[in-house]
Design a protein around this ligand. Structure first.
Ligand SMILES: Nc1ncnc2c1ncn2[C@@H]1O[C@H](COP(=O)(O)OP(=O)(O)OP(=O)(O)O)[C@@H](O)[C@H]1O
Length: 244
């Protein structure tokens, strides 16, 4: 397997007017790894993912995926699966029909829809309207959409939000099985205990980069839990934060 970075940020700063959302951030995402992007509210996580996906342009620096800016990457919609707010299902439609529309747009056969519905465990609900889905079912639906094109990289913004404990356990096992197949997963999350059990690498962002590397290097020995290390590095909003 190639060790070239799947995703890379080099000296990325993003300003929105007076607000600097992300400042001089550099890190790489290695193939076959599950990478957790962590930070407090407003730390710049979504902005970072959006820059990778060509949905926001860095003010300074470069964000590349498979060596290219997203907009210049051939076949990007097939190589990268995305689950993120703003990529919402079509209101009033059923789960199956929504995925069929996505599949058609991606040039995929309708049978692929049934495969991903089975994979994420919502095939029995696929003829129901998405408007009646629980939050956890919506998460699974979004994951199904991200998987349609059998992508090499999954970018998942808060994929565990709204899942019950069983759903969270399922997600952890599922993501690991995808990584074992050689896929790379970049996910953002607030659920530190869950992240600790799921990811290989951690990126801690608090406008600037606070840590990037293997989780075992962060929490090994008597260094404490991921939660302890997170608050040391990112600060807390109730004290200790240095740039809230
Ligand atoms: N389109 C925008 N216009 C103006 N400011 C923005 C825009 N997008 C993000 N920001 C600001 O940039 C900062 C980082 O926001 P971002 O959504 O990336 O953080 P986050 O880490 O994803 O937060 P959360 O965990 O709350 O979702 C915030 O101060 C936010 O208000």
């Amino acid at each position: 397997m190639s060790t070239a970075a799947v995703a890379a940020f080099h000296g990325v700063t993003k300003r929105f007017g007076e607000v600097t959302a992300v400042e001089d951030v550099s890190f790489e995402v290695r193939p076959g790894r599950i990478v957790g992007l962590l930070g407090r509210n407003g730390a710049g996580k979504t902005t970072t993912l959006r820059m990778l996906l060509g949905l926001a342009r860095p003010s300074v620096g470069t964000a590349t995926v498979f060596g290219e800016p997203y907009d210049e990457l051939p076949d990007a919609a097939h190589r990268i699966g995305v689950s993120m707010d703003g990529i919402a299902p079509i209101p009033g439609t059923t789960g199956r029909r929504d995925l069929r529309i996505w599949a058609r747009m991606l040039g995929l056969p309708a049978k692929r829809v049934d495969e991903v519905l089975e994979q994420v465990g919502i095939a029995d609900s696929a003829n129901r309207k998405i408007g009646g889905y629980s939050t956890g079912m919506r998460q699974r639906h979004a994951l199904a959409a991200a998987l349609l094109a059998d992508p090499e990289l999954l970018v998942l913004d808060e994929p565990a939000n709204g899942l019950d404990p069983e759903g969270i356990r399922w997600l952890r096992t599922f993501l690991r099985s995808l990584a074992d197949e050689g896929r790379t997963i970049l996910l953002s999350s607030h659920l530190l205990a869950e992240v600790e059990q799921t990811v290989d690498d951690v990126v801690i962002l608090q406008r600037t980069l606070r840590y990037s590397g293997p989780i075992e290097d962060l929490v090994s020995g008597d260094r404490g839990s991921l939660e302890d290390r997170f608050f040391e590095l990112a600060g807390s909003s109730t004290g200790g934060g240095d740039d809230a």
